[in-house]
Design a protein around this ligand. Sequence first.
Ligand code: ADP
Ligand code: MG
Length: 617
Amino acid sequence: MDTSGEIKILPDFIANQIAAGEVVQRPESVVKELVENSLDAGAGEIEVTINDTGKGLIHISDNGCGMSRHDLELSTRRHATSKVYTQDDLHAISSFGFRGEALASISSVAKLEIRTRTAGNHSHGWQLLSEPNSEIAIIPIECPFGTQIFVRNLFFNVPARRKFLKSDPSEFRLLNQTMIGFALANPEVKFFFGDGKKTIFNIKPSILRERIRAVLGKKVCDNMLELSLEDEMINIYGFAGKPTIAKASKSGQFLFLNGRPIKNKSLSHAVFSSYGPLLGAKQHPQFVIMLEIDPSSIDINVHPQKHEVKFSDDRFVYNSLRNAIKKSLQENNLSLQMEASDSFEYQKKIGNDKFAGGQEQFVNKNTGEIIGNKFSYGRAKSSGQQERNYQNKANISQRMAFDEIYSRAEEGNPEDKAYTDSQEIKFWQLHNKYIFTHTEKGVLIIDQHNAHERINYERALSVLEKEFAQSQKLLFPVELELNQSESSCFDEIKSELEKLGFIFKEGDSLVISSIPLDLKSGNAEDEFKEILDNYSEYKTINPTLRRDNIAASFACRKSIKSGQKLSLWEMEQLHRDLMNCQTPSVCPHGRPVVLEMSIPDLDKSFGRSPDNSFINK
Ligand code: ADP
Ligand code: MG
C-alpha cells in the first residue's frame, strides 16, 4: 500500500463504487431507480423483467422520451442529471431522480446496457455498453422509441455485497413490494412485471380503486374505505382498510407523497392511532394513501434512498392524515369513539356505574403481588340502602347464585322480584349469538364468541406476563398420547402451558394432573389437544408472535361458542369483562367484537333528520 500520505483524487470507478454502496444495495434498489427514471421520462408503459431475483438480469423497458447520443454518453457519469439545474430546482424537487447517481452507481457494480431512441430520431437509436472499470462504448442500433436498460450480473465484482443479500424469497418480496408501490402510485401507467417466464402482473391503465383490485386483490379492494381531505396546504386521498383486513405485518401499507413512496414513522403512527381500539396492538391496518403537498415544504434529500421525508410542519401533516382517516371510519360507522384507556370511564358513562362502585384488587397470596383489578359488583336490595357485594370470579357456585335469583324472581319470590325489577333488563341475546345492550348513545351489539375470546386472550396474556395462574387439580389425572407433531409442539410451549395453570407429570407417558381453573374439567384431553392444534396453526401464520399465539390458542379453546344460550347474568358479566379489556373491539384474530349504532345512525337509516325526529313522530 502507498503510505506516503499524498492526497489523491479517487478514480471515478472507485468513487462510483463507494457511492453505489448507498444507492444500490440490492436488486430492489436497481429496479426502484430505473423505474423512477422511466417515470421521470414520462413513460406511459413500463415493463420490468427479472431473472434469478434480479441477480442474473434486470430488464426495464419504457416508452418515455429516450435519450440523445449526447445525453446517453453523460447518463452514466456521476452527477450527470437532466433534472436539477439551479439551487431553486433543488428546493422544489418534483422528479424522482435528481442526484445523477443511479446509472453511475449501477454501472460500477454490474454490466450495463442501454438502448434508447428519442421521438426525434427517425432512423435509429443508440446503444451503450459498459462494464465496471472500463471505457463505455456507444454505437447506433435499431430499436423502438423509449429506453431499454439491461443490468446483468449485479455485484459480480463485489462479492461481499452479493453475500450480504437476503434469501431469494426475501429479495423477491422486496422487489414485488416496490413494484406494487409503483403500480399503485401510477394507476395511469401500464405496468408489466415478470419473473423469468412467469408474469407477476400485467395491468392496464385505470383508476386507483381498480389498481388496488389488480395488485392487492379483490378482498382487500372490497374492504377499503375511501378517504379524502383537501385544503389549501394539503390534499389527502386514497383508501384505508377496514379493521377486518388488518395484518400482522406492515406489508399492506402504502403511503405516497407527491407520487413517491415514503417512509415516515410519525405518519404511520398517525394512521394506526386513528383506528384506536378497533385494532389490537400487533395489528397493522392496510392502506394506500396519497399525500399531495407543495414540494417546497418538504425535504426529501434526507436519505440517499429518498424514502425518508421531512416536513416543515410535521404536526400539521400528522393531524391532517389522522383527521382524514377518522372521518372515513366515522362515516362508515366504524368508529367506536372509545379509547382503550377509557374503558372504565366508558362503562360508567353507559350506566354501569353501580358496577364501578367497589373496585377490588386480586392479590397473589403467595407473593403479595397485585394481579389485577377486578370489579366486584353489588346490587341494591329491595330497601335500596344496603349493598351486597359479590366477587367477580368465574366461579360456578356464584353464577348459580345469580341464576337462581333470576329464576326465583320468575317464580315470584318477592325479594328477588324486587331485585330484578330494580335492574333494568339491559341485555338481550339474539339467536344465541349476539348480545344487544343499550348505551347512552344508542345500541351496542356484541359477538359473544369473539368477545369471550378477547377477554380470555387478554387474561391469558396477563397470566403469561405475571407468571401466576390458578389451577384445579383433576380428580382423575389424564394420561395423554401425543403424536409426533403434537409432542414437538408441546415441548415448545410447555413452560407457558404451566404458567397458564397446567401441571404435568412426565414419565413413560405424559399425564395432566391439574388444569387452569376456568377450563372445563370434563374433557381435559380434548381441550388440551385443541390448544396444541391451534398453536401450531397460528404459528405458521405468524411465527414471531409466540406469546400472542399461545394466548390466542388458549383463549379460543376456552371461549363461549356461538349458539350457546346465555343467562342474563352471563351476558352482564361478559359485557363487563369486555369493557375492562385493553382492546375490547377486536378479537385476537382481528375480527370485530362489538358494533355500535348511535341514535343519529338509526335516525339516518330511518330517514329522520336528527333535529326533527321528535316533531315528526
Ligand atoms: P437522475 O435520475 O438522478 O438524474 P440517473 O443516474 O438515474 O440520475 O439518470 C441520469 C440521467 O439519465 C437522467 O437525468 C436522465 O436524463 C437520463 N435517463 C436515465 N434513465 C432514463 C430513461 N429511462 N429515459 C430517459 N432518460 C433517462
Ligand atoms: Mg434516476
